[in-house]
Design a binder for this molecule. Structure first.
Ligand SMILES: Nc1ncnc2c1ncn2[C@@H]1O[C@H](COP(=O)(O)OP(=O)(O)OP(=O)(O)O)[C@@H](O)[C@H]1O
Length: 591
């Protein structure tokens, strides 16, 4: 301190120095502390560095792991994204599916309802139908019963019809004569130059007329004689205008008799060129004898009758009837089989003979019979036969048939036990129907011929053997006779004259047979000619004969026409007796 009390500068400086020194010491202490702390920190730093060194590895490892995890994370998240996408899609699909399922379910329910409704409607319908069915069944039963009654009545009526039909035919006569006057044709007016105009006119004049359905008027105006009108009565007379249809309409009922068990013969008689072949077969052209079904309205009796026979058979039980055909010509009193074939299958006329069997029937041994199923097959066969038929030109016309043509249809009917049919039509076997049919058709024969067997055939085989036992045969003989003529008119000489002589002789034998039948002579001279011998079963007491007289209308043929009308009148006088049905069943082999 400074005397006077004031503080010297040195003191202050000292003070200051001391303070500074104190500060310095404090700083140094602080430095020591800090250095210590620094050393400690270095230590710690070293320690930490060591630690850091270790941690760096760990960090590297961790980094590696981290990277890996990050990679994993990345791939996982892409998978997650994919899975998410898939889930989204799945969700969408599921949603669609659900919607679809809902739709389906709605549809199903709708359909189910519809089906249920339909089933219910169907059930209702079925119930209604069942009721209707029951009503129908009741009605059917009633109808069945009335049908049965109607059937029974039908059978009775059928029997009555047959009886009436046959009575009618019998009333008309078992030998019926029809007369057909053909139109005037160009060859009727063809004369040589030697004939004067006057004669020409006279000879062409029409002298035969149909005055009504049963009468022929002939104006006989012969030179040097007074005019006489002659009338002839027949069962039916056809004028020139009448068609083949009209002619056949009167023939057809005879065919019903054929299936009723009678032999039937239809023959055309008349002079050369009078229309016999036209009436029996139909028109035939110059060089073709073919029977054509195309020209139907013109077809003659033979094709029409065959058609009708097959139609009638079609109404019978199937297989109960069959038809065989033979075609023969009688030429110069010899029989020729026109269906016989040579080894190459060609047809050629083979001479045959006619005999009388033990049963008194006529038979032609070795004659060819062809089974036919229909009219067409028949026509084809007849056509073949016709190609062989002998024809020569005469003064009357160019295609005169010089032989008698006999076409025979043999109808065989199976005869079976009559007691083998059931009482009802329904549920019966065809064979039973057949036996019933046969019993209705041939009641008398089946009884007379003891075709009713003691007991019902118990097995089909037995029945079959029974069926094979008996056959009933009936014959339809269709005859186109050769022309009856005066030798002068036909203008023939030599071989042709001999033919004409044979023709006339056989026609005269036919007339004699009809005359003997008319006079009820005990002996009928069937065997006087091959023609009558051949036709024996179809003319006479047990058969129905239709003679179709064919007449040329003009004066030129007056003599021949009168001769034919005389023949017809004689045939018509044959006593009209009861005809017996054929009652002898014959074995199928005897032909
Ligand atoms: N009703 C008729 N209508 C039309 N033409 C007919 C008639 N009748 C016969 N004819 C014709 O007269 C000609 C002679 O007839 P057809 O050949 O049938 O006589 P035919 O009596 O059989 O003679 P033949 O005995 O000489 O064989 C034939 O051309 C035939 O077509």
């Amino acid at each position: 301190m400074r005397p006077g009390g004031g503080i010297s500068p040195s003191f202050v400086a000292q003070q200051r120095i001391r303070q500074l020194e104190q500060k310095l010491r404090a700083k140094e202490e602080r430095i020591v502390v800090l250095e210590t702390e620094n050393a400690l920190l270095h230590l710690k730093l070293a320690e930490f560095r060591g630690l850091i060194g270790r941690d760096t590895n760990e960090v590297a490892q961790l980094n590696f792991v981290h990277d890996k995890q990050q990679n994993l994370c990345r791939s996982t998240s892409s998978i997650i994204i994919q899975v998410y996408g898939a889930i989204q899609r799945l969700k969408r699909d599921l949603k669609n599916l659900h919607a679809f399922a809902l739709e389906l379910s709605r549809d199903f329910q709708h359909q189910y309802k519809n089906s249920l409704y339909q089933v219910l409607t169907a059930v209702q319908k079925i119930q209604l139908q069942n009721e209707a069915l029951q009503t129908f069944q009741t009605k059917a039963f009633d109808l069945k019963q009335s049908l049965q009654e109607v059937n029974e009545r039908y059978q009775q009526e059928k029997q009555k019809r047959k009886i009436l039909h046959n009575s009618l035919i019998e009333l008309r006569g078992n030998i019926r004569v029809h007369c057909r006057i053909r139109p005037l044709l160009p060859f009727d007016t063809a004369f040589g130059h030697s004939v004067s105009q006057d004669w020409h006119r006279k000879l062409s004049e029409k002298v035969a007329h149909a005055t009504d359905d049963e009468t022929v008027l002939v104006k006989c105006n012969r030179p040097g004689h007074t005019l006489i009108n002659k009338t002839f009565q027949f069962d039916r007379v056809y004028s020139a205008a009448e068609s083949q249809d009209a002619v056949f309409a009167d023939v057809a009922p005879l065919l019903t008799s054929l299936l009723d068990g009678y032999n039937v013969c239809i023959m055309a008689y008349g002079q050369t060129g009078s229309g016999k072949t036209y009436t029996m077969l139909g028109p035939q052209s110059e060089d073709d004898v073919t029977l054509s079904t195309e020209d139907e309205p013109e077809l003659g009796i033979i094709p029409r009758a065959t058609e009708e026979v097959f139609r009638l058979i079609s109404e019978k039980p199937p297989g109960s009837h069959w038809v065989e055909v033979s075609v023969v010509e009688v030429y110069n009193n010899e029989i020729f089989d026109l269906l016989a074939k040579d080894s190459c299958g060609r047809v050629f006329g083979v001479k045959r003979d006619v005999i009388t069997t033990k049963e008194g029937k006529s038979d032609v041994p070795l004659l060819t019979y062809e089974t036919v199923e229909n009219a067409l097959e028949f026509l084809q066969l007849v056509d073949k036969g016709l190609q062989l038929r002998v024809k020569h030109p005469t003064l009357v016309h160019a295609h005169s048939s010089r032989s008698h043509l006999v076409v025979t249809l043999t109808i065989t009917t199976k005869a079976v036990s009559a007691d083998s049919f059931a009482p009802l039509w329904t549920d019966e076997q065809p064979s039973q129907k057949l036996s019933k049919e046969l019993f209705c058709t041939f009641p008398q024969q089946m009884k007379d011929d003891k075709l009713i067997f003691p007991s019902r055939a118990s097995s089909p085989a037995q029945f079959e053997s029974v069926e094979k036992l008996k056959h009933i045969k009936t014959k339809l003989q269709l005859v186109d006779l050769a022309g009856s003529e005066c030798v002068g008119m036909s203008g023939v000489t030599g071989v042709a004259l001999r033919e004409t002589s044979f023709i006339n002789r056989s026609l005269s034998a036919l007339s004699d047979v009809l005359g003997a039948i008319a006079e009820q002579r005990s002996h009928i001279p069937y065997r006087n000619s091959k023609l009558t011998h051949l036709l024996q079963d179809s003319i006479g007491g047990n058969a129905k004969l239709l003679v179709m007289l064919c007449i040329s209308p003009c004066q030129k043929y007056l003599a021949e026409s009168l001769q034919s009308l005389g023949f017809g009148t004689r045939a018509r006088q044959v006593q009209r007796g009861q005809v017996k049905k054929r009652n002898l069943p014959v074995s199928s082999k005897s032909k």
